[in-house]
Ligand binder design. Structure first.
Ligand code: ANZ
Ligand code: ZN
Length: 867
């Protein structure tokens, strides 16, 4: 028969789906809504294999639920603002918008060639005024609702990209894009008050039962709730300050008897006061500022400090004092910006104490340790245990001691205030959204000398980015624009200035899922429509977004609720984070990375060797790594689609590994997928040639046909369950099994019942492969002479009677020893079983011509033969 030709059929079906608007979704469709969404791509220029994997999974879910009769929303758009466009524009002397829109066109064509069931009429690009206009309008609403503030703050400044970075964009003290060492600067910035929602965002994690546990843990840690004590230490009077006390925040007040020093942040008010008269301290503070604010930097840096000359009274040891230091590891924007150090039970404090020769007194005795010999070496001990060396706390557990000491300090006072106060702290900071860059949504604010900071009136929205910008000078091109920022104040009419900061691109992606529900609406959302679609039933994307994007979206949804744009808290009901696509790496004799397209790999048994495709020089096969441009181990989706077709690429992406794990792209794997496609096509033709129609029932006397029907129905039920549980690789495995069963049953000359079962099987198989290989499925469907498109067909029905396992295997014992077994229909009468057993070869042999004394058949259980 003829080979299946994906190059011909794939574009053909894509055109048919387009023309028939097969995947256009109506908001007023009465069927049950189902919203599946993959994280929208950044329009970098080309799609990569990670996208192919992500969108293949989403498409299986979308097509499956369509087939299940749901009204499926499966949209796509572009996360189109951001630095790379600006950098590319600078390099190429192009406007970032032109670059971005070209990329969108190219990538859209690539996505279309994958045959995804996307409603393209809902496409949005966050860089278009039609989109960011609504974002600006919501910013103004959020401002009115008290969810936006402007404050001076220390920011991470990327000296190469000349922009502020969020803490999360600072990796190992360096800018995530530029790699430049990040500095600290003080700037007036716009913030969303995400910290107002810290407790709610934390508590609601428990309800997100369809999220991966690891993502919930990451968010929990990011929010970083800690319950502790604010504790006042009385300063020993000194000529160098008028201050009388220092307040610290601690989560371990139970370790107070082990305290050996106090440390202030370099940014603490008292530090500043002391530094004005203390050059050594001033120099240390300056050094800390050069070090950067990123948490990671601080954690890795050597713990250092300077003694201030001050000391405090020990709050529980009569007559003792503790020295006060300024230390580089104490942050100003957490707790009170001051700590007490207990070196025995905190690693930072221990490192510090060893450096400055401070006492190390253990006060928690780990379970099983001996009080007389227990000592601290290089590692602080954080294991649970009982308090000792601690006066009235001795013998208590850590938890009990925390309570007891909190009560103790609550009852005492320093400076006329309670000495101790229980307090909850969150690590989560407000979300700084200001970016000093051109390619982002303008923050809709006007600064007037007389009236202050005024939101742009909604009738004047959008505040459109000017297209005529130049990137000659580093920094913000909006700021350099000759006219754009000069406006009249909407309030007094006087000369005023536009805000030139633009919004962090994470703002754009924090609500796009809501905009998809009514992408052309005059308002940010149509609340009734958004509420009907949201939350997204299944969201799929990379785990790299586990914290930022997902947390911001959760906050933004709450903010949209507070401002009346939606009526829900949680945007994503189901979340799935997929693994990465990996590939072997290759290196030339000179140590350069070589792309897979230039390598020929030969296998000789276990031994594999590689050479260069043209030069023939030996190539070293390296480790399997995430596909990346830097290691050149990338495979271009376009090339794969051109040579094997989209269905093959999709099938392979889904088949080889569980979706949460990494999948290794191999030539052999792709070829296997391609062969399977041909196999289905041939099988379909072979069965078609049998020229039989499926039948609803089959006589139970036709065991083989009945057996095949059971295999078919079990496959249908199992594959449905697998897809619902996102076990795509298991679904694929079952499809292979079913295909094998059909191919086997077709051998010989099947009778009419079997032919009917085969026809039923192939028709169902086509429906089952449709979510993964939709083009092949349409071609088969057409060849089988079925009405309409398989894209519109229902998921195959399962006959529950065929799922019942109605056979039993009975062990056969001869004189008490198990000699054989027999499989019969459940409930087969004893006499019938007896006859079948006696006819068995194994039984005949064991009897050796004798007649059995007795045969006992326990129906459906066991057969005993006594000779
Ligand atoms: C004394 C102590 C003893 C502490 C001990 C820990 C262990 P979490 O749990 O992450 O909230 N800390 C408080 N404010 C700080 C700041 N601004 N910069 C740096 N460190 C600060 O951490 C709370 C603990 O971190 C607090 O409890 C404090 O050290 C320190 F055996 O107090 B602890
Ligand atoms: Zn004014």
């Amino acid at each position: 028969g003829e080979r299946y030709n994906p190059r011909e059929s794939e574009p053909k079906w894509q055109k048919v789906w387009d023309e028939r608007k097969s995947f256009v979704t109506a908001n007023d469709d009465p069927r049950e809504p189902y919203y599946v969404l993959e994280m929208f791509p950044y329009p970098s220029g080309r799609i990569h294999m990670g996208h192919v994997r992500n969108y293949s999974m989403g498409d299986v879910v979308a097509r499956y639920h369509r087939a299940r009769g749901k009204n499926v929303l499966h949209p796509m758009g572009w996360d189109a603002f951001g630095l790379p466009a600006e950098n590319a524009a600078i390099e190429r002397g192009m406007n970032p918008g032109t670059w971005t829109r070209q990329n969108i066109e190219a990538m859209k064509a690539q996505l279309k060639s994958m045959g995804l069931s996307i409603d393209w009429t809902r496409e949005i690009a966050t860089c278009e005024p039609e989109y960011y206009k609504h974002q600006q309008s919501m910013f103004i609403d959020m401002m009115a609702a008290g969810l936006v503030t402007r404050k001076k703050s220390k920011v991470n400044w990327d000296p190469v990209d000349m922009t502020v970075l969020a803490n999360e964009q600072v990796i190992d003290g360096k800018g995530w894009r530029s790699g430049a060492v990040v500095e600290q600067r003080e700037l007036t910035q716009w913030f969303f008050k995400i910290s107002d929602y810290a407790e709610d965002l934390l508590e609601a994690l428990d309800g997100l039962t369809e999220w991966p546990e690891k993502v919930r843990i990451m968010q929990r840690n990011w929010i970083g709730k800690s319950e502790g004590l604010r504790l006042l230490f009385e300063l020993v009077p000194s000529a160098i300050t008028t201050a009388t006390s220092v307040e610290v925040f601690t989560t371990r007040p139970d370790t107070i008897f082990g305290a050996s020093f106090i440390a202030l942040s370099p940014d603490h008010a008292l530090t500043a006061e002391l530094a004005s008269d203390n050059p050594a301290l001033a120099e240390f503070v300056a050094e800390c500022h050069r070090q950067g604010t990123a948490t990671e930097t601080l954690e890795k840096a050597e713990k250092k400090g300077v003694f201030t000359g001050l000391s405090v009274k020990h709050p529980v040891i009569e007559g003792a004092t503790l020295p006060v230091y300024v230390a580089n590891f104490v942050l100003m924007d957490y707790g009170t910006g001051a700590i007490f150090g207990c070196p025995a039970h905190d690693q930072r404090d221990l490192d510090f104490a060893r450096k400055y020769d401070l006492p190390v007194v253990p006060v928690v005795l780990p379970d099983g340790a001996d009080a007389t010999s227990f000592a601290i070496a290089d590692e602080a001990v954080t294991d649970p245990g009982l308090i000792y060396n601690s006066g009235f706390l001795d013998g208590l557990t850590v938890e009990a001691a925390k309570k007891a000491i909190a009560e103790h300090f609550a009852a005492r006072s320093v400076d006329g205030k309670p000495q101790g106060k229980v307090e909850v702290n969150y690590r989560l900071r407000d979300w700084g959204l200001s970016r000093q860059r051109y390619w982002g949504a303008p923050i809709p604010i006007i600064h007037c000398e007389t009236c202050g900071t005024i939101p742009v009136p909604k009738k004047d929205l959008p505040v459109v980015l000017p297209a005529d910008v130049s990137f000659d000078k580093p920094g913000n091109a909006l700021d350099h624009h000759p006219t754009w920022k000069h406006v009249n104040c909407p309030q007094c009419g006087g000369a005023a200035r536009r805000e030139t900061d633009t919004m962090d691109t994470f703002v754009d992606s924090s609500w796009y899922f809501a905009r998809f529900t009514a992408p052309q609406a005059e308002t940010p959302t149509i609340p009734a429509v958004a509420n009907r679609w949201l939350p997204v039933d299944q969201y799929i994307g990379g785990v790299e977004h586990a914290i930022l994007h997902l947390l911001y979206s959760r906050f933004f949804t709450r903010a949209m609720k507070a401002t009346g744009h939606v009526d829900l808290d949680e945007p994503f009901k189901g979340l799935f984070t997929q693994g990465m696509v990996t590939h072997e790496t290759y290196k030339s004799p000179t140590g350069e990375w070589v792309p897979p397209t230039e390598v020929v790999v030969e296998a000789n048994g276990e031994q594999r060797s590689a050479r260069h495709i043209t030069s023939g020089e030996p190539i070293a096969i390296g480790s399997v790594e995430k596909m990346s441009k830097s290691k050149k181990n990338v495979v271009d989706p376009d090339e794969i689609v051109a040579s094997y077709g989209a269905d093959t690429a999709r099938w392979f992406m889904l088949s080889d590994s569980p979706p949460e794990r990494d999948v290794q792209w191999t030539e052999a794997g792709v070829e296997g997928a391609s062969r399977f496609q041909q196999r289905v096509w041939r099988l379909m033709h072979d069965i078609l040639a049998l020229n039989e129609q499926p039948k609803e029932t089959v006589a139970s006397s036709d065991d083989n046909a009945l057996g095949l029907r059971k295999v078919i129905h079990r496959a249908v039920a199992g594959i449905g369950q697998d897809i619902e549980g996102l076990g795509f690789n298991r679904a694929v495995a079952r499809i292979y099994e079913l295909t094998n069963a059909l191919a086997k049953a077709k051998e010989g000359s099947p009778g009419p019942a079997m032919r009917a079962a085969l026809r039923e099987g192939i028709e169902k198989l086509v429906l089952l492969i449709n979510p993964m290989m939709p083009h092949l499925a349409e071609s088969c469907w057409e060849a089988l002479g079925k009405q309409g498109l398989v894209a519109d067909a229902n998921w195959p029905d399962v006959d529950p009677a065929l799922l019942v396992d109605d056979e039993v295997t009975l062990p056969i014992q001869i004189n008490g020893k198990r000699r054989a077994e027999i499989t019969v229909a459940k409930g087969t009468p004893a006499a019938e079983v007896e006859a079948l057993v006696l006819a068995l070869d194994a039984v005949q042999k064991a009897l050796d011509g004798k007649t059995p004394k007795k045969i006992v058949v326990v129906p459906d259980r066991i057969v005993n033969v006594v000779v």
